[in-house]
Design a protein around this ligand. Structure first.
Ligand code: HPA
Ligand code: ZN
Length: 343
């Protein structure tokens, strides 16, 4: 038994349930539960191509990232009004309140809305109103990340970022998501230069399906402040050393990795090895409505599969704050609170 367990009698499961935590890798469109999707489709007069919630859920069997993305973008199509974006965001915030999440950094895919004619103002104001209410009513702080679709051209992404300039105080960073293979980081060199000039922080999905080389280039060409996923770092020892030396956080998503077949089973998940190598791994839910669980479900699944110790769970939770985009003073407050709770 670990010293931690001796001291405070909280086992790994209790630590997961009881400790405050941050979520750093979450696509708001990926929190769209089928029940809410059907309700919003109905009020918008849209007919979904599925007979029932169950028929839709039954489709959530994916062989790779692309099979998931095809269904995910289809779901997004029913979102139209400010109220739709508010309801989507609020439903997620209520879920994470139950998981003791006190800070969340939420990605959204503006192009998947504006390309259908929904105004950016509608999307941002619906999401931000819910975030503001969550701060006041649920005690959850948050940042928004403007995430660009890498299957589109860099020019399209630059146009999207240009349209976002009037709202730039509403988000903290840009991100890069969607189909990774064939769309390497260096395709977006100018986009990331522009984001930096706007004073935004930078994150990007890298090394989910793409090779270690994509992680190298996300760091060296795009200058990311954080890496989303990063599983494939472990293929390259030099890269592991480099990421450790730079102190970059990896936002790892265990149930996503399982559902998208990035790993064969959770026993083979690399997160424990990441911690052992000194990588700042965190646990996140990615697209919880599609992958079978919110953040605590991810913690529980990985703890059981890899027999994580109480210390490892605490490390992952502390990493969620130290790897956040919060100011240092806030990070320290959260980590001090954790130390008090486990003392
Ligand atoms: N990977 C890439 N793009 C995404 C994902 C993901 O897991 N979820 C939503 N967009
Ligand atoms: Zn993701």
């Amino acid at each position: 038994m670990s010293t931690l367990n001796h001291r405070n009698n909280m086992n790994a499961l209790e630590l997961i349930n009881n400790l405050p935590k941050a979520e750093l890798h979450l696509h708001i469109e990926g929190t769209f539960e089928p029940e809410l999707m059907f309700a919003i489709a109905e009020r918008n007069g849209i007919k979904l191509p599925y007979k029932s919630v169950q028929e839709l859920r039954d489709l959530y069997q994916f062989n790779n990232l692309q099979e998931f993305l095809d269904i995910y973008y289809q779901g997004v199509n029913v979102l139209q009004t400010k109220q739709d974006y508010y309801d989507l965001t609020w439903a997620y915030l209520e879920k994470i309140k139950a998981d003791n999440v006190v800070h969340t950094e939420i990605m959204f895919d503006p192009q998947s809305h504006t390309d259908r004619g929904v105004k950016l103002e509608v999307v941002i104001s619906g999401i931000c109103d819910a975030l503001k209410d969550a701060e006041e009513q649920l005690g959850i702080s948050s940042y928004l990340i403007f995430s660009l679709l890498r299957h589109l051209s860099e020019e399209d992404c630059l146009t999207a970022l240009e349209q976002a300039v009037p709202y730039k105080d509403k988000f903290i960073a840009i991100g890069l998501d969607s189909s990774e293979l064939g769309h390497p980081p260096e395709k977006f060199t100018n986009l990331y230069k522009k984001a930096e000039a706007l004073g935004l922080l930078k994150t990007a999905h890298a090394g989910e399906e793409g090779p270690a080389e994509y992680v190298w280039n996300a760091i060296d060409v795009l200058g990311v402040d954080r890496i989303d996923h990063g599983n494939r770092c472990l293929d390259d020892e030099k890269l592991v050393d480099y990421v450790v030396e730079k102190g970059l956080t990896l936002t790892v998503c265990p149930l996503s990795n399982l559902k998208l077949r990035v790993v064969k089973d959770l026993q083979q998940h690399p997160i424990k090895t990441m911690l052992q190598k000194g990588l700042k791994a965190t646990v996140n839910s990615d697209d919880p409505a599609y992958f079978g669980g919110y953040i605590n479900d991810n913690f529980k699944a990985i703890t059981e599969a890899l027999d994580l110790s109480g210390e490892e769970v605490v490390q992952l939770i502390k990493n969620s704050f130290s790897g956040s985009f919060l100011p240092d003073s806030q990070k320290e407050l959260h980590i001090t609170k954790i130390n008090e709770l486990i003392a």
